[in-house]
Design a protein around this ligand. Sequence first.
Ligand code: TYD
Length: 139
Amino acid sequence: MNGSFMQSNVKLVQFAVHGDSRGSLIALECEKEVPFCVRRTYYIYGTQPWTPRGFHAHRNLKQLLIAVSGSVNIHCEFGGVKQEFLLDSPDKGLLIEGLVWREMHDFSEGAVLLVLASEHYSEEDYIRDYEVFKQEDQA
Ligand code: TYD
């Protein structure tokens, strides 16, 4: 697998902030800042710092992850490479597409992780077995 394809599977993006003395506002539009049509949104909160989540990959899903409050460490693996991305500001997003094993670690107190997704929820799209992921990742 070549470097540029691997690069495109996970990408940290910086959003434009409309800020003034009243505070900050970030606008995300489909097919602009969000490079897909959003069919589903969910958010994760009430987490514990010592309790990680995720531990799966998707076969056909694009996602944009944003820590709208607090911080979380996203561990990704694809093409045999492991990478960590710290989401610690609402003006950062992590775009994930393609076959990527993802884990969410070290949720801060009060963290809220917003996820925009390209498809409706489908359990069939999940790979929850790491060994199955490794086999498909190497195929
Ligand atoms: P789960 O996949 O365990 O969450 P995480 O990826 O954070 O480890 O999902 C928790 C529960 O929520 C599980 O019963 C499936 C359900 N769920 C939905 O119903 N819709 C969704 O969009 C998602 C992401 C999960």
